[in-house]
Design a protein around this ligand. Structure first.
Ligand SMILES: *[C@@H]1O[C@H](CO)[C@@H](O)[C@H](O)[C@H]1NC(C)=O
Ligand SMILES: *[C@@H]1O[C@H](CO)[C@@H](O)[C@H](O)[C@H]1NC(C)=O
Ligand SMILES: *[C@@H]1O[C@H](CO)[C@@H](O)[C@H](O)[C@H]1NC(C)=O
Length: 417
């Protein structure tokens, strides 16, 4: 069954007002928002936003790699689920067909798959590359050259492959890796060496709190088990569910059946909370860190605008870090109240939803246009255009956006005082 759901687009740049935009497509009516392992198509608009008729001066993009296999640790934990797949039909609340599917579940992922780009990941990048070519054919009609196109790529294989597939689709020809710059681990714009984050008390308390416990009780009951499961095991089931969904977007993993939609929402909140403090507004250091990449955006656009120099396209291929960094630097998806372990229910309509912000292949695109005598800009997150409340625009004057970005830092850190 296809269900169309109207999602209210969240607002860029601090100011709260909702802006209805497009219809998002859901393949079936189960809850499918899995934080950073969400399927791109579930959170990007079905119908592309009508592009401005102005001349495109520059496209600046930060792109997360396409769908990947789970990490080594997650694969190891998932492999231990074998002992839970034989279900007592009398006691379980699952339907017979769900039990049969679980009974015949075979775990085939190996350590060598860990974190690699999956086939769906290839498809994601083909889709994005084709899309960008269609949207901006003026930009991509010329051959690739390093003057006009600046590409920086994280050296993880999933990012290198993502870049190569995307560029091949965008330019309709293979682009030699020699033309691409390596993302430097110490470059403040990318912060790749800063992956290890401390677990906050909010996260620890949420893991021991009523919502998680209720969810674990539910799974235990649905499976018909006597002894309560531990979080690690339930988490592995959730990983099996969401990672398989991401790889085969038209099929559910049999493990999805052990969760109610409410249980999945608890998991989503758990991840939102985690990323809120590790990469989001929960820690002022994340805001400070994001300024280098925002300065890069400003510098590139200013060069183009003031000096009429610089590339037509800037593409950075990286990770969750990179995308969330830009979102935070732009002030997008910022709630007025911090996410904590105790406000799951009241933050139900929060803006900080990593499923929407950072699915597989998540990307931020800023496009600089020349419109008659004015230079303008539009921001897109996962192909959804962002509305700038302060100036009531989607296609906004670059001068005013630059002013906003220049003062953004003070505004953003204001909430910490
Ligand atoms: C995997 O299980 C271990 C315990 O065996 C746990 O400490 C770890 O957090 C789990 N890892 C993931 C990524 O779920
Ligand atoms: C747990 O199961 C109950 C009963 O089906 C349901 O009402 C609830 O929403 C489920 N999840 C959570 C997290 O409470
Ligand atoms: C434009 O070029 C001049 C001279 O090369 C340089 O000093 C200036 O910083 C550039 N302007 C911008 C906005 O990059």
């Amino acid at each position: 069954m296809k269900l169309l759901v109207i999602i209210i687009l969240q607002i860029l740049f601090n100011f709260v007002k909702c802006y209805p935009y497009k219809l998002y497509e859901h393949i079936n009516n189960r809850y499918r928002f899995f934080s950073t392992a969400t399927v791109y198509k579930y959170v990007s608009p079905v119908v592309p936003f009508p592009e401005s008729n102005c001349e495109v001066l520059q496209i600046w993009m930060v792109i997360r790699h396409g769908t990947r296999y789970p990490s080594k640790k997650v694969i190891a934990n998932m492999s231990k689920l074998n002992s839970y797949r034989l279900i007592n039909k009398m006691r379980s609340q699952l339907k017979n067909e769900e039990i049969d599917k679980l009974n015949s579940w075979i775990f085939y992922l190996k350590e060598e798959h860990a974190a690699k780009l999956s086939e769906q990941g290839y498809n994601d990048m083909i889709f994005l590359g084709k899309n960008i070519r269609n949207l901006y054919n003026e930009i991509f009609k010329d051959n690739f050259n390093t003057q006009d196109f600046k590409v920086i790529v994280s050296q993880e294989s999933r990012c290198k492959e993502s870049a190569s597939i995307f560029l091949k689709e965008a330019f309709q020809t293979d682009i030699d890796e020699i033309n691409l710059e390596k993302m430097n681990l110490n470059d403040p714009r990318f912060y790749l060496n800063d992956q290890i984050k401390t677990v906050t008390d909010f996260e620890k308390n949420f893991l021991n709190g009523p919502e998680i416990n209720k969810m674990i009780d539910n799974v235990t009951r649905i499976l018909g088990l006597d002894n309560p499961l531990d979080f690690k095991t339930v988490n592995a089931m959730h990983d099996s569910c969401r990672h398989r969904k991401a790889r085969y977007i038209n099929y559910d993993s049999p493990w999805c059946a052990v969760f109610t939609d409410d249980d999945l929402k608890v998991f989503e909140y758990y991840y939102d909370l985690k990323y809120y403090y590790s990469h989001g507004y929960g820690n002022v250091n994340n805001v400070k860190q994001s300024m280098a990449i925002i300065q890069d955006l400003i510098q590139n656009f200013e060069d183009k605008y003031q000096n009429k120099s610089g590339p037509k396209g800037v593409f950075y291929f990286g990770h969750t870090n990179n995308v969330l960094n830009v979102i935070v630097g732009l002030g997008y998806a910022k709630d007025t109240i911090h996410l904590t372990d105790t406000n799951f229910a009241s933050m139900k309509d929060r803006k900080w939803r990593t499923s929407y912000l950072d699915p597989f292949s998540s990307n931020i695109r800023a496009v600089l246009y020349k419109c008659e005598n004015e230079v303008k800009v539009t921001f897109f997150i996962n192909d959804a255009p962002m509305y700038v409340e302060q100036y009531d625009c989607i296609l906004c004057s670059w001068d005013s956006i630059k002013q906003l970005l220049d003062s953004q830092y003070d505004q953003l850190i204001h909430i910490y005082n």
